[in-house]
Design a protein around this ligand. Structure first.
Ligand code: BEZ
Length: 387
């Protein structure tokens, strides 16, 4: 080695070392874009709680880097979504966006993430397109696709001997995709969806539609609602007397995080979801105990998804030595990981959506109790994803 070359090498090594120690001192900027107001406010809070709890369990650092948080209340309003996500990307220059709950808002976020290359981890919104036609190397989901939680309920409804079903939901991507998923499972098993009822998001004036259901007398009703809207719908359905003769089914959002408020109205309801209360594993028990201790609240599926978003970020950052700029290393590590979730272990599909067990649950008191695994290791079909 020439003397000059040796000097250059020494300078380069020193620069790299000081660069990486400077980087280690800089915080990773995480931007929460979540609903902190409106019908989905409680869901946003649970996601943030879960995320922060996982970071705290890792000693406050992921991949050796402390976290600096930024927050935007997206109000579950798709019309404001592009401006809101650009606040995080352009104004705050975050390294990672964690969001959101509402599928319509999430689609605008996925577009912005794809264009800017910013890492996006979706901790709830099930928009099929996010891990379908909009899939991208920098977009990951710690939750589910709308199809994935509803298709199994169609299979279950048919197994319960139901021949006809009506559906009722908000008219936006999540409701429409959940209904399509249920319909696919139900009709392939011999059932028939006779009518699809909708109302605008987040409207909760259900009375006229409940009257229509009562007149039509289907064997079952399938519905997608969540948050405060789910509380009101389940109570209205019960108060109308319909629950005595026509069982109300849905993806588990209908009864998750809502049972305190729904009380008697939800008892005995069957739903399908990738989480249930008291799964009986040591992993879940530790999560639930810590969550209850930290927040004086019982965790729900949204808290789990926030917690797992932080676990996924931790995996990527650890592999990349804390440098999120090492995009391929970051991405490959998450793609290859098995995430030890409170819901049970899961891996990611090629489109970056969890491949996971979907449980059949029954409401018993204040819990969504697991009855069985409705579909094991269910992967979203990721229609339209080219990656
Ligand atoms: C959604 O918009 O994708 C969604 C919202 C709440 C619960 C589940 C899905």
């Amino acid at each position: 080695m020439s003397k000059q070359w040796a000097i250059w090498s020494a300078i380069a090594l020193a620069a790299a070392a000081s660069g990486s120690s400077a980087m280690a001192q800089e915080k990773i900027k995480v931007g929460f874009m979540l609903p902190f107001s409106g019908t989905y406010a409680a869901l946003g809070v649970a996601i943030e709680n879960g995320f922060r709890m996982q970071v705290a369990e890792q000693g406050g650092k992921l991949g050796g880097r402390e976290i600096e948080y930024f927050k935007v209340d997206d109000e579950s309003d798709p019309a404001k979504a592009t401006d809101n996500v650009n606040r995080l990307i352009k104004r705050d220059k975050v390294d990672v966006i964690v969001g959101t709950v509402h599928s319509g808002v999430a689609m605008a976020m996925a577009k912005a993430a794809k264009e800017s290359g910013t890492v996006l981890i979706v901790p709830n919104a099930g928009a099929d397109a996010v891990t379908g036609p909009m899939c991208a190397p920098n977009i990951f989901r710690s939750s589910f696709s709308n199809w994935q939680t509803a298709y199994p309920m169609g299979l279950v409804a048919a197994k319960e001997g139901k021949k006809t079903a009506m559906t009722i939901t908000w008219k936006y991507a999540a409701g429409e995709e959940a209904v399509n998923g249920m319909k696919e499972g139900f009709e392939k098993s011999g059932g028939k969806v006779t009518k699809q009822l909708t109302l605008p998001f987040p409207n909760v004036e259900f009375q006229a539609l409940l009257t229509e259901i009562a007149a039509a007398k289907p064997d079952a009703v399938f519905s997608f609602f969540a948050g405060a809207g789910a509380v009101k719908f389940v109570k209205d359905y019960h108060a109308s007397g319909l629950s005595k003769t026509i069982p109300l089914y849905g993806p588990g959002f209908l009864t998750d995080g809502t049972l305190d408020a729904q009380g008697e109205a939800a008892q005995g309801m069957l739903t399908t979801l990738h989480y249930a209360d008291e799964l009986g594993t040591a992993r879940d028990q530790a999560f639930r105990t810590n969550y209850a201790k930290n927040y004086k609240l019982q965790p729900d599926v949204y808290a789990v998804q926030g917690y797992d978003a932080a676990q996924m970020l931790a995996v990527g950052l650890k592999a990349a030595g804390g440098d999120i700029g090492k995009k391929d290393v970051f991405r490959t590590a998450i793609e290859k990981a098995t995430i030890a979730s409170p819901r049970g272990d899961f891996t990611l599909s090629k489109a970056h959506n969890p491949v996971q067990d979907i449980y059949l649950r029954k409401v018993d008191g204040k819990e969504n109790k697991k009855i069985s695994v409705a579909v094991k290791a269910l992967a979203d079909p990721a229609r339209g994803c080219r990656m």
